[in-house]
Ligand binder design. Structure first.
Ligand SMILES: Nc1ncnc2c1ncn2[C@@H]1O[C@H](COP(=O)(O)OP(=O)(O)OP(=O)(O)O)[C@@H](O)[C@H]1O
Length: 577
């Protein structure tokens, strides 16, 4: 039961238990509101049978105090077990999602866009928080308390009970039958919202290119259509829900009319006493209230299905696991008959085998789209391969826990990611317990001093979101400083010096040559002079190793490597006419 609830509502074990408690508390709260009705019943009974006797006055005073205390205590319990418990659960849910995202293979992020994921972590969590505090426990609690009170009414008078309760199965049936339609309307509305959110995010991210291409107006027109569609879908969704909710609400109201009608007939015929009639009128005036107010939120309750489904897509996804103990002997990185595809259809790598030896620089070169970046990402287990084996010092990396494996790697990406923090902290990311002196030394080696000295607060200058206040070359130097600081035994350089001017490139190449001593270095390079000093060159073309060897041996082959060398020397003479 707990496990089922956990999956149905994307809850933790504690959250599922709290939900059950919240539902029980809501049902008990509704039933506790019947306590004053009972007192009133006895009170009227006494009035009809000759008035209140003095000794009974205390009974009613104490009864009122107990009723108030009971309602207060139950309401307090209900509040704690729905509201407070839900806030705790939302925190747990967000942490669980974040933890899960850390362990999910990157292939998942290739299929999902960022707006969708952000919306799941932020908006869906907030939505579920409101649903679990305000809507779901009161709704289910109202159903339970209504059934309990309904059953007890049969003990007083079965005819009156039927007259007041026939509306409940009809109202439940309307809601039950409509739920499929409502789910479909809701899903379409949510999809329209996601498309719109993606469009807005894309617009903000690409505003520079839109301006440069004079495409703002046509893009905005497309965005307007998406926004209009959200409005249209929301109206249809609300209209659909309100049709069913209002119908069910009206049916419930009919219950009061039939109770009064049947009661009057039975009373006139002498088959019902006034007191029972009065009691039924009192009960039905209160009986439908919890259901009525819960129905107002039916749309929100139904839409939780969509939110939960999106959340479960993350929570149920397979994670990359593995051993946290490293058993490697040395740091040779070996690819053996590796096959890989991003989409499980077209193989990007078909049969790649090569070894990047410790103490050597292995350069990956080849035409664009040949698979160089893919190979470097697979070496660090960013994705799991379809066939073959990748080993580090003889240890199969698919059996190593990803974070443990990454402790062996220093990586400098082509697209540097920086955080909205100081330069000092951005570099410290390479080794989180590094002292300021260690950070400054790494920064110096990466030639950061030159541009940092011009910043208002030096290394303590905030560099804005993704380092927007730095140039491309400066960003890359920060990234290289991180690699210096981490000083891991395997180094992946993806066009590490591509954004640097010739002077800086030379300085950093000298520093890099110190960093890479006795390490396994895999470098992706487009510029042929970057690979001139490599111990081994692996030419990747169309997902296979087309050529492999030293620069000298590849020159003799007169193949792709030579062709690329020739192209680059031609382009160095190229000029604008
Ligand atoms: N995340 C991804 N999802 C799907 N396909 C991808 C993804 N990344 C790369 N590819 C495809 O995989 C193939 C190899 O890409 P990869 O980036 O490894 O090539 P590359 O040799 O590094 O190219 P370049 O020199 O242009 O950077 C290309 O056909 C590319 O379209």
């Amino acid at each position: 039961m707990i496990k089922k609830l956990q999956h149905k509502f994307a809850l933790s074990e504690r959250g599922a238990k709290d939900l059950i408690q919240g539902i029980i508390a809501c049902a008990v709260q509704n039933i506790s509101f019947m306590f004053p009705v009972g007192l009133l019943y006895f009170f009227v009974n006494d009035l009809l049978n000759g008035g209140i006797k003095p000794e009974k006055i205390w009974f009613y005073i104490v009864g009122c105090i107990i009723a108030l205390a009971l309602i207060f205590a139950v309401t307090y319990w209900q509040y704690n077990s729905t509201f407070l418990a839900t806030y705790v659960e939302t925190g747990t849910r967000r942490i669980t999602l974040a933890e899960k995202l850390r362990k999910i293979p990157l292939s998942f992020f290739g299929k999902k866009d960022l707006a969708d994921l952000t919306s799941t972590i932020m908006a869906d969590c907030t939505y579920l928080e409101t649903a679990f505090s305000h809507f779901i426990p009161p709704f289910i609690g109202a159903m339970i308390s209504t059934v309990v009170i309904a059953i007890s009414l049969f003990f007083f008078d079965w005819r009156m009970a039927i007259a007041s309760l026939w509306v409940l199965p009809v109202a439940f049936a309307i809601i039950g039958l409509s739920s499929k339609v409502q789910k479909s309307l809701n899903r379409k509305s949510m999809d329209a919202k996601m498309v719109c959110a993606d469009g807005i995010q894309e617009c903000i991210e690409t505003i520079q290119d839109l301006k440069a291409n004079n495409a703002e107006q046509s893009y905005m027109a497309g965005l307007d259509t998406k926004i209009d569609n959200v409005e249209k879908r929301s109206i249809i969704n609300e209209f659909g829900t309100s049709t069913f909710v209002v119908s069910a609400g009206l049916v419930l109201k009919l219950g009061i009319a039939t109770t009064a009608l049947v009661g009057s007939i039975l009373l006139v015929n002498g088959q019902l006493d006034v007191l029972t009639f009065f009691m039924f009128l009192l009960v039905v005036s209160r009986l439908y209230d919890p259901m009525q107010s819960a129905l107002q939120n039916l749309a929100a309750i139904i839409s939780t299905n969509t939110n939960v489904a999106r959340m479960n897509e993350i929570l149920d996804h397979d994670v990359q696991t593995g051993n946290t103990r490293l058993t490697n002997k040395g740091y040779d990185v070996k690819f053996k008959n590796v096959e890989f595809s991003y989409n499980n259809k077209d193989n990007v790598l078909k049969d790649v085998s090569f070894t990047a030896k410790q103490g050597e620089v292995t350069a990956l070169i080849g035409p664009s789209g040949g698979g160089k970046t893919t190979v470097s990402r697979l070496a660090a287990r960013f994705w799991d391969i379809n066939k073959g084996k990748i080993t580090v010092g003889g240890m199969d990396i698919s059996k190593i826990e990803p974070e443990t494996l990454l402790s062996l790697y220093s990586i400098v990406f082509q697209d540097v990611t920086l955080f909205n923090n100081t330069i000092m902290e951005n570099i410290r990311l390479g080794k989180k317990d590094a002292t300021d002196e260690e950070v400054l030394l790494a920064a110096k080696l990466a030639n950061c001093d030159e541009f940092v000295s011009k910043l208002p607060n030096g290394y303590n200058t905030d560099i804005g979101e993704n380092g927007c206040q730095l140039s491309g070359g400066e960003r890359q130097r920060v990234s290289i400083a991180r690699a210096f600081l981490k000083d891991a035994p395997i180094i992946l350089l993806d066009e590490a010096t591509a954004s640097l001017d010739v002077e800086n490139e030379t300085l950093i190449q000298t520093a890099l040559s110190k960093l890479i001593k006795n390490k396994t270095v895999i470098v992706i390079a487009h510029r042929m002079r970057t690979v001139a000093g490599a111990d081994k060159i692996v030419v990747l073309s169309d997902g296979v190793v087309a050529e492999e060897g030293t620069a000298e041996s590849l020159k003799k082959l007169n193949g792709i490597f030579v062709h690329m060398m020739n192209l680059q020397s031609e382009s160095s003479n190229w000029k604008l006419n």
